[in-house]
Design a protein around this ligand. Structure first.
Ligand code: NCD
Ligand code: ZN
Length: 346
């Protein structure tokens, strides 16, 4: 039985850090374990230009915990007005790592996202030329599409046409939640990867809805039925390098979650690594955890793997904080609903 496991230090390829007091409170939860993270640009207002990305990066670096070695990898929020040259310069300078596509209205703070995909064609073509990846929130938002079908319909109606029209465009399907998402990645050999969150490996839609509504399990894309969760587990633990960790850790205060119209987002930064060790051990795949959290992401993004390491150890049931205090109010930490015996060495 494996009792300890040392990995290359992991990275988080999809993370919400927010800004101000929330940023200050949640940043240490990520820097404790992760060396780099792709930082989501859905602030209010969103991070649209290179200048805004630089300013946001500086605000993150200004509140890094003492001694933390952490590199925020910045993204631009794609709008119909995004300037291809501003992006190309920022990408060449190493300021911007990727561009984020939110269909307008798909999720938290996405009102300025893309409505008409023809309008962003010049940007996508420039991105294919310069090798800048597109991170995609893959959900259609048409009111006649069932929320549980949004991802599968997006693949057919939006993603596949964009990829066919833009050869060479590197795409990350973010936080995939369905067997259709897994199958689409598997069927496409080149220029396609996908992130999977920790919570989508653990919960299905029953966890949200059975026995009373659980707002802290509500996120977008919403968790699907059990067969989809099992498909995600199989993909994450398969060793296939096209799948890698993007936690989508998305803090909202309890007041914003536990209300008549609660925000979408699960906050998993605090216990993600311990939970993943549990999941991979359960599936007999502990030897593949390093690929998922530390190797496959850098390979997709063409970045070196981290030199530093992280050690997980098995022991007593772990006690995670129930909430993280922020000056805006408490943020509930994701509760897996089962005991976890993995601990990250300090
Ligand atoms: C994210 C957020 O809160 O910013 N919420 C979520 O449920 N994942 C937005 C997103 O990534 O969809
Ligand atoms: Zn997200």
């Amino acid at each position: 039985m494996t009792e300890s496991l040392t990995l290359r230090r992991p990275d988080d390829w999809h993370l919400h850090l927010r800004d101000g007091a929330m940023l200050r409170a949640v940043l240490p939860e990520t820097t404790r374990h992760f060396a780099r993270a792709i930082i989501m640009p859905n602030l209010v207002p969103p991070v649209v230009t290179a200048a805004e990305a630089r300013a946001y990066r500086d605000r993150i670096l200004a509140v890094l915990p003492e001694g933390a070695e952490f590199t925020p990898l910045m993204t631009l929020y794609l709008t119909e007005a995004t300037d291809p040259e501003d992006l190309a310069e920022a990408h060449a300078a190493g300021l911007v790592t990727a561009v984020k596509l939110y269909p307008a209205g798909a999720t938290t703070n996405s009102a300025q996202g893309v409505r008409d995909f023809d309008k962003v064609r010049p940007v996508l073509e420039r991105m294919a030329e310069i090798g800048c990846p597109l991170c995609v929130h893959g959900e259609v938002v048409d009111s006649d599409i069932d929320i549980f079908d949004r991802e599968a319909v997006f693949i057919d109606r939006v993603l596949d046409p964009i990829r066919r029209a833009t050869p060479g465009l590197r795409v990350v399907m973010e936080h995939i939640t369905t067997a259709e998402g897994v199958d689409y990645v598997r069927a496409n050999e080149t220029d396609l990867g996908a992130t999977i969150t920790t919570h989508h490996l653990i919960i299905n839609r029953n966890h949200i809805l059975v026995g009373g509504i659980k707002p802290h399990y509500y996120c977008l894309p919403v968790a699907k039925r059990e067969a989809h969760r099992l498909a995600l587990r199989a993909a994450a633990t398969s060793g296939d390098a096209r799948f890698f960790l993007g936690t989508d850790s998305a803090p909202h205060t309890d007041a914003m979650k536990e209300t008549a119209c609660g925000c979408a987002g699960c906050f998993t930064a605090t216990n993600t690594m311990a939970l993943l060790a549990h999941v991979f051990e359960e599936d007999g795949a502990l030897d593949r955890l390093e690929g998922f959290v530390s190797l496959n992401g850098p390979a997709f993004y063409g970045l070196p793997v981290n030199d530093a390491t992280l050690t997980l150890r098995k022991g007593e049931a772990a006690v995670f904080p129930g909430r993280i205090d922020t000056a805006d109010g408490p943020v509930t930490v994701f509760d897996p609903g089962f005991p976890v015996h993995w601990h990250v060495d300090p």
